[in-house]
Each structure stands twice: as C-alpha cells, then as structure tokens.
Design a protein around this ligand. Structure first.
Ligand code: CTP
Ligand code: CA
Length: 223
C-alpha cells in the first residue's frame, strides 16, 4: 500500500515533476485552462519521496494538498512553468512532465477587463513553448526525461511519435476516451513506452501506478 516502506532506490537522486493544469490569462479576471486535477503528478511526487529522492514539484493551480517533503514551486502560466522547469532541470537526475500544459495562450493579454461587444468575438492564440521538449533538448546536464500522453485514439502510435519528436527517454500513455479513468479520477490505466520496449501497467490507483513508474524509471536509468 501507500504506507508500505519502500527500498530507497532513488536515494541521492533529484526528481523534478510538473503537475496540474496551466492557466492562460486573457485579462485580469479571465483565463483559459483545462480539467487536470494534479493527482497523477502529486502521486508521482509522493512515490519519488517514498523511494528516497529529493523532489521538486512545479505545480499549476490545483485544489489538492502537496506532499509535505517536496519543494513546491507554484506557477500559473505555461511560460512560468517553462522558466521554472528549465531552471530546475539542469540540477535534476530525472524530469517528469505530468502537467497538462495549455498548448496556446492569448496573443494579446489585456491589462483591463475585456468589455462585451458584438454577437461574436474572436480570440487569437499563440503557441506556448514545449516545456518537456526543451528539457529533453538540453545539451548540458540533461536529466532522464519522462513525458505523459493523453490520447483519445491511436494511443500507442501517437505516444511513440511524441517519444521520438520530443526526444524523451520514456512516455506514459493513457487512453482518455475511457471516461472512468484519467483527469479527475483516482485511478488510471497506463502503458509506458521507451525506445526499444514497452510495458502495460494496467488499471490501478494513481499511487500504485506512480510507484511502478518510479521503479521502471530507476531500472531504465541504471540500464
Ligand atoms: N508538454 C509540455 N509543454 C507543452 C505541451 C505539452 O511540456 N507546451 C508535455 C506534457 O506535459 C506531456 C507531453 O508534453 O508530458 C505530451 O503532452 P500532450 O498534450 O499529450 O502533447 P502535445 O505535444 O501538446 O500534443 P497534442 O496536445 O496535440 O496531442
Ligand atoms: Ca497538448
């Protein structure tokens, strides 16, 4: 169980984890975001702590309690998360991008509240930086880099494409077309992919899956 004593296989290692959604402001009172609860990222942080690691947790706005022994970095936007992640990545052995980063932000952040006008309005968005791709692309002090992929179809294909395109060491994929699991659930079903292998971790609590993922990372790190 979650309380069980684990062998300290990550002692001496620093793990940095991004978690939760990002929030992209439109004006002082409005934003674009998503339904990420942060539960998976926070569970990974707990698992890494249980295995003896030092943990940096970069978190978007969530409503759950952080693990007390993690070093917490609160961020809101993808740009803030990007800056925090790149700063911490070079001093990390392992980087896990579990956050649901908003792909786009407003092209034109308003400093005053946007006033209602005509019957239609158009928002122009610009692409956010790809945080995990930038971490995996570091030329010095690059950590072992693990991503997540939430897909509604062709899960294995899309996950392997992300593994290759973002130059990740590992990617954890889940099928979010299954309404019972994922985003706000306490459970998840994951398949983990790496360059020359894969492992189906099945449907479990996010706590149990997190221990499996951290164990898998630890063994790939050595191998
Ligand atoms: N990610 C990131 N920075 C972004 C977008 C995504 O670091 N700007 C990370 C996520 O934290 C996750 C991985 O990339 O670890 C995959 O995220 P996902 O949204 O599935 O992939 P995208 O590359 O954004 O592609 P798409 O949303 O079109 O499927
Ligand atoms: Ca995305």
């Amino acid at each position: 169980s979650n309380e069980e004593k684990q062998p300290l296989i990550l002692a001496g290692k620093t793990v940095t984890i991004t978690a939760g959604p990002t929030r992209e402001a439109l004006d002082p009172v409005r934003f674009i975001s998503n339904h990420s609860s942060g539960k998976m990222g926070y569970a990974l942080a707990n698992a890494a702590l249980q295995l003896g690691a030092k943990v940096n947790l970069i978190s978007g706005p969530v409503s759950i309690q952080p693990p007390s022994n993690a070093k917490l970095f609160h961020v809101e936007s993808a740009l803030e998360m990007h800056q925090s992640a790149l700063k911490l990545a070079t001093e990390s052995d392992i980087f896990i991008g579990c956050a649901a980063v908003a792909d786009y932000r407003s092209a034109d952040l308003q400093t005053q509240k946007i006033k209602k006008q005509g019957d239609e309005m158009t928002l122009t968005l610009v692409k956010n930086p790809d945080i995990i791709a930038d971490v995996a692309g570091l030329s010095h002090s690059r950590p072992f880099t693990v991503g997540f992929a939430a897909e509604t179809q062709n899960v294995a294909d899309y996950a392997r494409k992300k593994l290759i395109n973002k130059k990740l060491d590992m990617i954890c994929a889940n099928d979010v077309s299954n309404q019972a699991i994922g985003f706000n659930s306490d459970h998840n079903a994951l398949t983990v992919f790496w360059s020359n292998g894969q492992q189906d971790l099945g449907l479990h609590s996010k706590e149990a899956l997190s221990l499996s993922i951290m164990n898998l990372i630890s063994s790939r790190l050595k191998g």
